[in-house]
Design a protein around this ligand. Structure first.
Ligand code: CA
Length: 246
């Protein structure tokens, strides 16, 4: 199986700095999006730290003979390690106090997609012309929808949309969303920050993927459309296509 990927981040039209970060390694099968938060540019530190720590940890763990059974706990260990390390860095540097980051990780290994996720960045799978969100949003608003307290429609209008229930680096124990799904040739995956999904509805994202089969073209178009819809936040997208090895 061959993976082709492309990623892009943009500061957006209203913000002065970009607290999003992403990483992609087609050989390793590792793809990450992180959306940092915290004052004095600490959000940038948190998202970059999370990605560096994860990349380092997983690079040594992922071997050809590794099984999903080994890698899934390795993935959550790496996320917990990033959580503790960022919390410690924040404790040692008052300017970084309260910094944290979302973290959405896709590890493709031996025909499986292994997922580790905390926060409100998202992972979607595009399969048979259909877009399905694989990650849960760890937001107050999503919890209220799940409990039937508010409707999807009310949620769209709510000003509580960006309240996170958990983030990497805050130090509290994480409830990591983990999944393992078999992949098929032709599958495509999209990792993105909320700067994309707050600007573009799922239907719009689906249309763009349908119209652009190459990761680079689709990714560029997603970012361009998020900007033309207002670009209120930093926006990041990473697209991966799974193909047969030839
Ligand atoms: Ca954001």
């Amino acid at each position: 199986m061959k993976l082709t990927a492309y990623g892009k981040t943009d500061v957006g039209l209203l913000r002065s700095n970009n607290e999003d970060a992403f990483f992609l390694d087609e050989q390793l099968g590792l793809f990450i999006v992180a959306d940092g938060m915290g004052g004095h540019a600490a959000g940038e530190i948190a998202s970059k730290m999370a990605i560096d720590l994860l990349r380092e940890k997983l690079k040594s763990e992922v071997k050809k003979e590794s099984t999903a059974k080994e890698l899934l706990p390795a993935l959550s260990d790496a996320i917990n390690y990033a959580n503790r390390s960022i919390a410690q860095a924040a404790a040692e540097n008052p300017a970084w106090s309260g910094m944290g980051t979302t973290l959405t990780v896709l590890l493709i290994h031996a025909q499986q997609a292994l997922i580790g996720h905390v926060g409100d960045s998202r992972l979607y799978r595009w399969s048979n012309e259909k877009l399905v969100q694989l990650s849960d949003d760890h937001t107050l608003i999503n919890e209220q929808i799940c409990r039937g307290i508010i409707s999807n429609q009310e949620a769209e209008q709510s000003n509580l949309r960006n309240i996170l229930l958990q983030a990497v680096g805050i130090g509290e124990e994480l409830d990591i969303c983990q999944k393992k799904i078999p992949i098929e040739q032709g599958d495509r995956f999209l990792l993105c920050s909320d700067g994309l999904t707050n600007m573009l509805a799922d239907e719009k994202i689906s249309d763009i993927l349908s119209n652009h089969s190459l990761p680079e073209m689709a990714c560029e178009e997603l970012i361009a459309q998020a900007l033309s819809a207002g670009g209120k936040d930093n926006v990041t997208a990473v697209l991966i296509t799974v193909k047969n090895e030839k």
